[in-house]
Write a protein that binds this ligand. Structure first.
Ligand SMILES: [Fe+2]
Length: 169
């Protein structure tokens, strides 16, 4: 039985609501773009390889466990490829257009970014399925708990990133 005084890493992340980062986002568009690049895009690229490594470790060490998230590493790998392509499109098209304030083709480019976000949201929803909604059993080893924390943070960051960009557009 789970002791009430023990806090899992997943519960710990619940204490930091998703909107906390958004509350600190600048309102000026160039500054907001810089904020999104540093707080979200760079963070995604830095943390996804760690999540993939942990997922491979969990899959190798705990394959016999019926709750083992088999296939999660490959899913995260595919998500990383899709996210990197999305961020490249944002940084080479959308962000420069917003910085100079042009409206030429903006609707077309913005539509593409929104479509990307819909695809990424579907990937995040699939991520929840692999990880029992980011809540491993209390007995799960540390690497598994850490993997769930990273995946939960990835979900939260991806949604905040999309929400902030939708507010700009
Ligand atoms: Fe985006």
């Amino acid at each position: 039985m789970r002791a009430q005084t023990v806090i899992s890493p997943v519960e710990a992340t619940d204490r930091f609501p998703a909107q906390a980062a958004n509350d600190s986002a600048p309102t000026d568009i160039p500054a907001l773009i810089d904020f999104i690049v540093e707080r979200y895009r760079r963070t995604h690229l830095r943390e996804l390889p760690d999540a993939i490594r942990l997922a491979r470790q969990v899959e190798q060490l705990h394959a016999a466990d019926p709750d083992c998230p088999l296939g999660l590493a490959d899913h995260l790998g595919a998500l990383a490829v899709e996210l990197e392509a999305h961020q490249w499109r944002e940084e080479t098209t959308l962000s420069p257009m917003l910085r100079i304030g042009t409206t030429n083709c903006l609707a077309f480019v913005a539509r593409r970014m929104m479509d990307d976000h819909v695809q990424l949201e579907m990937q995040v929803m699939a991520l929840q399925g692999f990880t029992r909604r980011f809540r491993p059993s209390f007995e799960a080893p540390f690497c598994w708990q850490a993997l769930s924390v990273l995946c939960r943070k990835l979900e939260s960051d991806l949604r905040e990133h999309a929400q902030l960009e939708h507010e700009i557009l």
